[in-house]
Ligand binder design. Structure first.
Ligand code: GDP
Ligand code: MG
Length: 438
């Protein structure tokens, strides 16, 4: 598969020390073939390879990575970008019910996925209603009812003699009067795109004004899935895509091309027939999966360590030159908040007397107050707190809705932190020199 092919390319690169322009171009030629074989759209491949080549040749040097690792990192970043870079969420309406319309070709997985989505939203505290608007496929309504009963979500239906627009309107009334806050409309599909189907979907769209039109596509159909997405997007307008059957033997082409071709995000992926087999789509995780997890994770770790080391070095420099400011202090606080109680944190650092910090903890409320005080300081005061005299303290207290005592206490805490951070940095230095072992 694609993963294996890409890993082969990178293995060859890793065997080399320095990379020449020829090495990079040769590797990119192979990446291109691997992507095309995985059924990624031709134009998408071309753009992708051009971008990666350009970045690889003009790359900024990260000291902690080998040239081959840098190329892998660039490929990873660009794959992530290709798939939209951030995780996309459902658009909820400003007032309930939020209307979600599921569209797609026959067999793509609309009915199954409607049930999966209802199930997922239910676990998130929503109260969804499934709506049966496929009046053509024999037993389509029954299928949705079976799915609905499995996940314990009611199904609204008006049989197969009413037209889908009226069913959808009826469902909306029903949802409003019965306090359903999400409606998931399961629509009809065809084997191929046809005008009649599109007209029907457009009519439902015009009369219901859904908050989300989600296109369900079968990832096993590769390039075809991308063509379908393009047509649905042009004719109907979609808000996002759900890729199904990722558990099957997919080559990855659909996942990689859809976003680039339609500019619409993949919002969820389904990878199984069970009603719990649905997940939000994370572009970065998908990129890692394509590239081979181990490689990418260790890479990201390395880059992260480098960033942490750089930050620590900057901090150390600031401390030594007495430039540690209230802005840095605020940064530290945010970091500490993320890491947990200070006491616990310090107890992990050898050579540091943790008992000194016993009972020290910072709550969210403390942090909010401290933030307010720091934000009431001028830029100059933050950089050089020595100038904060009595009248400045009064102004800061008034500006932040705190008392002069609280401002005083923060100033004292700041001095303490300055000392503490210095101790931190010293301990770190000793650790590097081998005086302390962890
Ligand atoms: P619809 O015609 O678009 O409503 O598609 P259905 O929901 O009826 O699904 C068509 C077939 O695909 C059914 O047999 C489903 O069980 C199957 N299916 C749907 N989603 C997935 C998935 O994520 N993985 C697998 N393996 N099968 C799926
Ligand atoms: Mg169906």
């Amino acid at each position: 598969g694609l993963s294996g092919k890409l890993q082969e390319v990178f293995k060859k690169l890793k065997g080399k020390g320095k990379l020449s322009e020829k090495d990079v171009k040769e590797a990119m030629r192979e990446v291109k073939i691997a992507l095309l074989e995985a059924d990624v759209n031709f134009k998408v491949v071309k753009d992708f390879v051009n971008k990666v080549t350009e970045k690889s040749l003009g790359q900024e040097v990260l000291e902690s990575l080998t040239p081959a690792q840098q190329v892998i990192k660039i490929v990873n970043d660009e794959l992530t970008n290709l798939m939209g870079s951030i995780q996309s969420k459902i658009n909820y309406g400003s007032k309930p019910p939020t209307i979600i319309m599921m569209v797609g070709l026959q067999g793509s997985g609309k009915t199954t996925t409607s049930g999966k989505l209802a199930n997922m939203l239910k676990t998130q505290g929503k109260n969804p209603l499934l709506v049966a608007c496929d009046i053509y496929r024999p037993a389509a309504i029954k299928q949705l009812q079976v799915v609905g009963s499995k996940v314990n979500v009611p199904v609204f239906s008006m049989g197969d003699k009413t037209n889908p627009v009226d069913i959808a309107k009826g469902a909306l009334d029903y949802a409003v009067s019965n306090n359903f806050n999400v409606m998931i409309i399961d629509t009809a599909g065809r084997l191929h795109i046809d005008e009649e189907l599109m007209d029907e979907l457009v009519n439902i769209k015009l009369s219901l004004k859904p908050h989300e039109i989600l296109l369900v596509v079968d990832s096993m159909t590769g390039q075809d899935a991308v063509n379908v997405a393009e047509v649905f997007n042009n004719k109907l307008g979609i808000d996002g895509v759900i890729l199904t059957k990722l558990d099957g033997d997919t080559r990855g082409g659909a996942a990689l091309s859809i976003r680039a071709v339609t500019q619409k995000p993949i919002k969820f992926v389904a990878m199984g027939e069970k009603l719990s087999d649905i997940e939000p789509f994370h572009p970065d995780r998908m990129a890692s999966r394509i590239l081979g997890m181990g490689d990418v994770l260790s890479l990201i770790e390395k880059v992260q360590t480098q960033i942490d080391e750089k930050k620590a070095a900057e901090l150390e420099k600031k401390l030594l030159s007495q430039q540690f400011s209230f802005d840095d202090f605020l940064d530290q606080l945010q970091g500490i908040k993320k890491m947990g109680p200070i006491e616990e944190l310090f107890s992990m650092i050898p050579g540091l007397n943790a008992s000194k910090f016993k009972g020290m903890s910072i709550s969210d409320k403390d942090i909010k107050r401290i933030e307010a005080i720091i934000q009431s300081m001028t830029k100059e005061e933050r950089q050089n707190p020595i100038i904060i005299n009595g009248s400045r303290k009064k102004r800061i207290a008034a500006g932040s809705g705190t008392s002069i005592q609280q401002v005083n206490s923060l100033l004292k805490q700041f001095e303490q932190t300055k000392k503490m951070v210095k101790q931190f940095a010293d301990a770190g230095k000793d650790m590097k020199k081998g005086k302390i072992r962890m």
